[in-house]
Design a protein around this ligand. Structure first.
Ligand SMILES: Cc1cc2nc3c(=O)[nH]c(=O)nc-3n(C[C@H](O)[C@H](O)[C@H](O)COP(=O)(O)OP(=O)(O)OC[C@H]3O[C@@H](n4cnc5c(N)ncnc54)[C@H](O)[C@@H]3O)c2cc1C
Length: 382
């Protein structure tokens, strides 16, 4: 693709920021349009496996992230009531050599700030909520709710679960509420009153689970994130506040150590979990989707952001390296190189078995989206 191609990315989430940074490093002109007025430090952590850190290496921010993140010594799975360790996956120099990079826990706000540092100054236009797209002319016209307009040659829809770009490409269809919510809370580690906890533990219960981890090297903040059944979600908000009694009732009967952690939680919020059925069409000849806009999944493999970031790695390469001036060709390569892996991860996320019992995760962790050989699309699939 010509480097003068004007590329618009809709959404400054983890996928949008990554693809913008990677394309800029390949010499493209990229603008990111984000609905929010500014980045805010939402109350959530994230754990990132080495496949994400490998992409961060190509973006030039692996060290910056590694310096601020917590490096857990293991991912530990425990039985909800007895506390029995079901599986312990160690993270150490040997595992880093095997997977190619580290596994980290980090605050989402900190991750975002580091990603922002990888972009050219002024790349993100804030307060730009896309309302609709007109792609009937030679340039694609983008219309925003503040009455602003912009033009681009290519559009990357990285606008998450309720993507407007997806609506344009595939027609409007609401995401599917899964019947489960996630509680989230970040609180000071001092509230544990000296209770020793491992750096990253998932407690597996009957129909629910809870992950507990530190988010910073100083271990001064603890993050919990859960999954629990809730038949309906009627709010339009992304999340709602939640009382501690509801959280403690959900995890009543769990091992005493876990209950102590839950009792210490403050500022608890509750998030609905949505997904969508996989779709075959990820693009047309000038507009393409990535991340949650394309394939939102249940968060049970902690891989939704990882898939958005891997998409970004492959898409940036396909735009830069194939389809000399034909974006449709680039996008066909992108899909050929992403669909099978994304489907597998969606499937594992759905059944919620990842790292519960001993498995070898190398196929997932070792994948380097910025270096893996690209395969051509099947001509019959175009
Ligand atoms: C409880 C929970 C825990 C999770 N934990 C993990 C984890 O540990 N590891 C992991 O890999 N994944 C995790 N995930 C999944 C992960 O958060 C998502 O898959 C990931 O954020 C998707 O990234 P994205 O860039 O595609 O979309 P998003 O991060 O949703 O970003 C979309 C961006 O687009 C913007 N936007 C939306 N609409 C418009 C519009 N009309 N105009 C302009 N801008 C717009 C939004 O403001 C946002 O900034 C978790 C998810 C949940 C619910």
């Amino acid at each position: 693709m010509r480097r003068t191609t004007k590329i618009a990315v809709i959404g400054a989430g983890l996928g949008g920021m990554t693809v913008a940074g990677l394309l800029q490093r390949r010499g493209f002109r990229v603008k990111v349009y984000e609905q929010a007025a500014a980045f805010s430090r939402i109350g959530a952590g994230i754990h990132l496996s080495s496949n994400v850190m490998l992409v961060m290496r190509h973006l030039g921010i692996e060290k910056a992230l590694s310096d601020i993140a917590l490096h857990p010594d293991a991912f530990v799975s425990r039985q909800w009531d007895t506390g029995e360790v079901l599986f312990e996956l160690p993270f150490d120099p040997a595992s880093e050599a095997r997977y190619g990079a580290a596994y980290i826990n980090v605050h989402r706000g900190d991750l975002h700030s580091v990603l922002e540092s990888a972009l050219e100054h002024g790349t993100v236009a804030f307060g730009k909520k896309l309302s609709h797209i007109d792609d009937s002319g030679p340039a694609i016209r983008l219309f925003f709710e503040d009455d602003g307009e912009a033009e681009a040659d290519l559009v990357i829809g990285a606008d998450g679960l309720n993507s407007k770009v997806r609506d344009h490409l595939l027609g409007p269809e609401k995401p599917r509420y899964t019947g489960h919510i996630a509680h989230r809370a970040i609180f000071p580690a001092t509230r544990l009153n000296g209770l020793p906890i491992r750096a990253c533990t998932k407690w597996w219960g009957p129909g629910n689970h809870i992950l507990v981890y530190y988010m910073t090297q100083a271990r001064e903040e603890v993050y919990i994130v859960t999954s629990a059944p809730q038949p309906e979600w009627t709010s339009n908000a992304a999340f709602v506040p939640c009382g501690r009694e509801e959280l403690t009732a959900t995890f009543d009967g769990y091992h005493v150590e876990l209950r102590q952690v839950v009792n210490a939680a403050t500022d608890i919020t509750k998030w609905p979990i949505f997904d969508r059925e996989p779709v075959d069409r990820w693009s047309d000849d000038r507009i393409v989707l990535l991340g949650d806009a394309c394939h939102p999944m249940r968060p049970y493999m902690a891989a939704g952001a990882a898939m958005a970031i891997e998409d970004a790695g492959i898409l940036a390469r396909c735009i830069a390296e194939v389809g000399s001036n034909d974006a449709g060709e680039s996008f066909a390569w992108y899909q050929a190189n992403r669909k099978a892996r994304v489907r597998e991860v969606q499937q594992i996320s759905m059944v919620n078995t990842w790292l519960r019992t001993p498995i070898d995760p190398e196929w997932f962790f070792r994948y380097d989206a910025c270096a893996v050989p690209l395969k051509p699309p099947d001509p019959a699939a175009r």
